[in-house]
Design a protein around this ligand. Structure first.
Ligand code: NI
Length: 173
């Protein structure tokens, strides 16, 4: 396992549309391992492969810290995930993103979604997601389509955050 570098706004790779995983093989499982190590190290609750510059439809997630008082790890992998239905009811969460560090804003999304994905054994799974899980999986699936949570903000707020991160990137060189 290895910690990989997380790419940061305004890196253009964040706008790529990731390609489906064709076969769930040892290479994919190794990539998922690296993503978990990177995500726990950050620390974060969700990571899309494109955030470590790999344009594949692969997501890692662990919501245990927020949902589970026991504090045990609950690592989850979603391969080629899709939203197959979404509730009309919306909910608001304050979102953040490892690729937009230390920036948080409220985003409104469907409160529950039904998702379909492949697990690490290559098996198709369908599942309903609600609460933080619903928000997180929608946020991560957006990454696979080159969409960031700041895209849901007002133009004023989005322009402000883009400008801030462009400035920081220039300074770091
Ligand atoms: Ni994100």
């Amino acid at each position: 396992m290895a910690i990989r570098e997380i790419i940061i706004l305004p890196d253009k790779q964040l706008r790529l549309i990731s390609k489906p995983v064709e076969t769930v093989n040892s290479e994919v499982r190794k990539l998922a391992d690296d993503m978990f190590e990177t995500m726990y190290d950050a620390p974060g609750i969700g990571l899309a492969a494109i955030q470590i510059a790999v344009p594949l439809r692969l997501i890692t997630m662990d919501l245990a810290k927020k949902d589970d008082e026991e504090g045990g790890k609950q690592p989850r992998v979603f391969i080629n995930p899709e939203i197959i239905s979404a509730s009309e009811e919306l909910s608001v969460y304050e979102e953040g993103c490892l690729s937009i560090p230390e920036y948080y804003e409220e985003v409104e999304r469907p409160a529950t979604v039904r998702i379909r994905y492949l697990d690490l054994d290559g098996k198709t799974v369908e599942e309903d997601a609600s609460g933080l899980f619903a928000t997180c999986i929608q946020h991560e699936i957006d990454h696979l389509n080159g969409v960031l949570f700041v895209d849901y903000l007002s133009k004023l707020k989005r322009d402000r955050v883009m400008k801030k991160f462009t400035k920081i990137a220039k300074r770091v060189g």
